[in-house]
Ligand binder design. Structure first.
Ligand code: BGC
Length: 404
């Protein structure tokens, strides 16, 4: 691609180098890519008749069988890291019944990433729950932390194969909101003035407890393993008359989860866009938007990094997600260039950032529909053939030239 070098130069000055060991890679999650995740609460929701979701995940990207192709493409482009998740519903399809083959599958994935020069970042929980866990109350069940800890213990062979970092729970703040939505207590459209419905504080508290229990367990069992969790960050802004509401909203939806990471080895930052709040709730900026309807706002990443650095000055950050749903791949490069430039500025001001993992490696199942394409690689929905987009070569080249 002829404009790769040109776009790249516009991100960082020539010769720019990230600190040694900086990760540049991409992220996926199991349910969104593997296909056939039949024992999970999401699968149950997708296959309800009628389902509140527009489309099911079905065979997804068939990555349960084709993960080696995904990793081959990522590594060939030059990425040095890959974040993926383990599907709890596969590892423990029934309460207390563990699947040896599923554990072996994920161990092989960690080994396969390492063989290709991709440092594996492992997520233990990415939105989906085993159906049995959901049916007994999900995170609200009194012993939910113990169940999660038992599952995490069963993953020892996977982690010990060489995960470079473990994210216990992906976006607990969105998970807490989903809990309300799944239990019928809220719909995604009922938030104040277009804001997201606030998480149920009881669910938030149980998620924080589960993270603390499992993080402590992992640290004691896996010497030196960096453990953290990843939070959905937005750039929350306000105009006159909106400050109090904006700060309260950010506190309940984001900041309590960020603060819960105090003492962790890192915090995962995941930022895509911004929310601007006025006296009457969310203010639609009316500008350029992406396929998900979110405002095109790459500065969200730097804003989030700065905000997290203020709340948690002593915890290093790892950008575990950032990206854009667009059918125009040059727009993906444009968005990501600006996001990365902002990341570089925040680092120059002192933020301790250890890596950047783009969302997503693949065009995958976007929680209810297939329309929003976040991928660096497209996937044919019938043949599952993968086609790398120019943005993959672009990000891989950036990784090769700025990291060591
Ligand atoms: C989630 C991903 C999701 C992405 C884009 C994050 O909230 O962790 O699973 O696909 O954002 O919506």
């Amino acid at each position: 691609m002829s404009d790769v070098a040109e776009s790249e130069l516009s991100v960082f000055p020539e010769g720019f180098q990230f600190p040694e060991g900086f990760l540049i890679g991409a992220s996926t999650s199991a349910h969104q890519t593997e296909g056939g995740n039949t024992n999970s609460d999401w699968w149950a929701l997708e296959t309800l008749e009628p389902s509140p979701l527009a489309e099911p995940s079905g065979d997804a990207c068939d990555s349960y069988n084709r993960w080696d192709q995904d990793m081959d493409l990522a590594a060939a482009a030059g990425l040095n890291s890959y974040r993926f998740s383990v599907e709890w519903a596969r590892v423990e399809p029934e309460d207390g019944e563990f699947s040896g083959p599923a554990i072996e599958h994920y161990r092989l994935m960690v080994a396969g990433a390492k063989q290709r020069g991709l440092k594996p970042v492992l997520t233990l929980h990415h939105f989906t729950n085993p159906l049995w866990f959901a049916q007994r109350g999900g995170w609200l069940a009194p012993d939910s932390s113990e169940k999660f800890a038992r599952y995490a213990a069963a993953l020892a062979p996977v982690i010990d194969e060489g995960a470079v970092a473990v994210v216990t729970i992906n976006e607990p703040n969105m998970g807490a909101i989903m809990h309300r939505v799944m239990s019928g207590a809220a719909s995604l459209g009922t938030g104040l003035g277009g804001l997201l419905p606030l998480p149920d504080p009881a669910v938030s508290a149980k998620l924080i407890e589960a993270h603390h229990v499992v993080a402590a367990q992992l640290r004691s069992r896996h010497n030196g393993l960096p453990v953290g969790w990843s939070v959905a960050n937005q750039s929350v802004q306000w105009v006159a008359g909106g400050q109090e509401q904006a700060e309260n909203y950010r506190e309940a939806i984001e900041d309590i989860f960020v603060r819960a990471a105090v003492g962790d080895d890192f915090i995962g930052v995941q930022a895509y866009t911004r929310t601007v709040i006025g006296p009457n709730g969310k203010i639609d900026q009316g500008g350029r938007t992406t396929i998900t309807g979110w405002e095109f706002y790459p500065q969200a990443l730097a804003d989030s990094i700065r905000h997290v650095a203020q709340l948690l000055p002593n915890v290093p950050q790892l950008v575990t997600e950032n990206g854009i749903a667009t059918a125009d791949d040059s727009e993906r490069i444009e968005y990501t260039s600006q996001a990365l430039a902002g990341l570089g500025e925040a680092m120059a001001e002192g933020a301790a950032v250890r890596g950047y993992l783009h969302w997503s490696l693949l065009d995958n199942y976007e929680w209810g529909h297939w329309g929003p394409t976040f991928g660096l690689i497209s996937v044919d929905r019938k043949t599952f053939q993968r086609t790398a987009k120019p943005s993959l070569a672009w990000l891989g080249r950036l990784a090769r030239t700025t990291t060591s």
